[in-house]
Design a protein. Structure first.
Length: 97
């Protein structure tokens, strides 16, 4: 399993509307094949900045999602609020300790 790490910034005057739209959008991603859930965290120091963490079976599963109608629905609900492009990276399974 991998984790998609998305660094987001939204327009400061649209935070409440973004969070309302996000509540509608989260179930869309969670319904995607090979998605094992997600969490969204708001940054304390900069309340217009968010961290989105999504667990996928693989990077390929995430990329396949981006080619679906579900992704189109997700973007329609969330992208209008972004004040800059999202920064997306992927992380491997946790290292053993």
């Amino acid at each position: 399993m991998i984790v998609e790490h998305v660094w987001l910034r939204v327009h400061e005057d649209q935070i409440d509307a973004y969070e309302a739209s996000l509540r509608q959008a989260i179930p869309i991603i969670e319904s995607a094949p090979d998605c094992f859930g997600l969490e969204v965290r708001r940054q304390i120091e900069d309340p217009a900045r968010y961290l989105l963490l999504i667990s996928w079976s693989s990077v390929a599963a995430h990329m396949a999602f981006r080619e679906t109608e579900l992704f189109t629905q997700w973007r329609a609900l969330t992208a209008p609020f972004y004040s800059e492009p999202a920064q997306v990276t992927h992380f491997s399974a946790p290292l053993p300790h």
